[in-house]
Design a protein around this ligand. Sequence first.
Ligand code: ADP
Length: 499
Amino acid sequence: MLKNLSQKYILSIDQGTTGSRAILFDSKGREKGRGYEEVLQFYPKPGWVEHDPKQILQSVEKAIRIALTESKINPNQIAAIGITNQRESTVLWNPKSGVAAHRVIVWQDRRTASICEELKKRGLESVIHKKTGLVLDPYFSGTKIAWLLKHHVKINKEARDGKLLFGTIDTWILWNMTGEHVTDHTNASRTLLFNIQTLKWDSELLKIFGVSQSMLPRVQDSASIYGKTKNWPGLPDGIPITALCGDQQAALYGQGCYTRGQMKNTYGTGCFLVINTGSKKVISESGLLTTLACDEMGRPAYALEGSVFIAGALIQWLRDSMKWIRSAEESEKIARSVPDNHGVTVIPAFVGLGAPYWDSGARGAILGLTRGVTPAHIIRAALESIAYQTADLVEVVKREFKFPIRALKVDGGACRNNLLMQFQADILGVDVLRSGIPESTAWGVAKLAGVSARIWKTPRDLDHQTKYQRFCPGISIKTRSELFKQWQQQVKRILTNGD
Ligand code: ADP
C-alpha cells in the first residue's frame, strides 16, 4: 500500500449523453483504471429528451469509485480533476437546497422549436448568429432556459427572485463537487448567451432570452483553477478541479489540435468535425458553427464545427433493420468482398441533411440499383457515404476558412474501419491520422487539467507518445474530383429545397 505514494494521478470525468466515464491517468499520461455508469434517458413526449440531474451525479460518483477500485489508487494521490461533458444540456437549481428545479433538458430535445421560430420571425437570427457564432436551433441552451421560464410559473418566480442558478452539465457537476458556480469558454459558447468576440455574457442576448445575469456562472479559461472538492462522496476534500471543457473541444485538444488549421473528425453515431481556426473568428455562411475551443495552454481559440447527422447509425441500421451484417465490424469484411460499389450511392438522409445542403425534408435513398447489385455493394456504398458527408463539410471549411488543410485526425467507434479510413483519405486528398488513444475526449480534458495543475509544462511532451496510423490518399486528383462530383449530383436528386 505504501509504495508509489509520491505518484500523482489525474482524474478525468467524461459525462456524456449515454453515460459517465471516469479515467485515471498517471503523470506520464498512462491510463491506470476506468469506470463507467449509464445515464437514464427519459422521453416524456415525442421530441423531448431529459436526464435526472441527481442520477447524473450518482453516475459520476459510481464511475469514479469503479476507476479507483480498478486501479487500486489511493484517492489522496489524485492531484487534479478535469471534467468534460455533453454540451448544451441545461439545468437550473436552487443553491440553498441544492435541488434542481426540473430534469435536465438534453441537447437533443426539440421542444423549443417554436421559440426558435418566434425569434426568427422577430428578425433576431442574424444578430444572434453574429454574436454567438451559432444558429437558432433548439440544440443550444438559451431557448431551453427561455422555455423553462415560460412554462413553469414557480421556476419563473424563483428565477426573478434570484433564487436559481443556471448551468450546463460541467457547471452542475462542479457546483456539486466544490460549491463554485463556474463554467469555461467552450461550454459558455454553446448557450446562445455568450458573445464569442468579447468573451462575456452579452446583455442584449440575455434580454432576448429573458435570462438574468445573476443566474449565470462565471466564465474561465478551460485550463484554470475552478475550486476544490468538498463533501463529494468517495473523494477527500481539497482536490483541485483544474479543467472544464465541452466534449468536442476536449477531443480536439486530446488529438493535439492546438493551432490554426488542425482538424479532427469523430466518427460515432454521427460525425463531429472541428477545426481550430486560431485567433481568426470565421462566421460561416453555410451553416457551420463558430465556437470556442482551446489553444495549447487551454486559453480560448476559435473553431469551426460541422456535423454529419447519420454516420455510424447507418451501420447500425444495416445491422439491426436490414440484418445484412451481424456486427458493425463485419461491414468492413463484407465491403471488401466486392471490388467496388457497382455504381451504387447510399445517401443516409434519415433525418434530412445538414451542411452544406440544409434540407430537413430530404429523406434517404439508395441510387444506381441494377440486377448485379448485392448487399455487399450497398454496404460498401454506405461506408463511402460516411466519408462523402465528411468531405462535404471539409469542402465548406476550405471555402470559408481559406487555410491549407494538411491532415485529418480521427477518432470514435467507426474510425476502426480501415476501408472507411482509406476511402476518407482518398476522397479528401489529405492524410487521415487515426489516434492510438481511443478516448480523445477524456484524454483531452486530462491534458488540460495536467497543464493547469502544472504537472506538465506543455501537452506536447505527452503527444509524442501517441501513435497514429496514417492513411494516405491513393487515387488521382482527377478520379477524386469525378467521384466527388458524382456524389454531389446524386445528393441533388433527393433534395426537396433545390430548383
Ligand atoms: P457514440 O459515442 O456516438 O455512441 P461510438 O464512438 O461508440 O459512438 O461509435 C459507435 C458507432 O460506430 C456505432 O454507430 C457503430 O455502428 C459504428 N461502428 C463501430 N465500429 C465500426 C466499424 N468497424 N465499422 C463501421 N462502423 C462502426
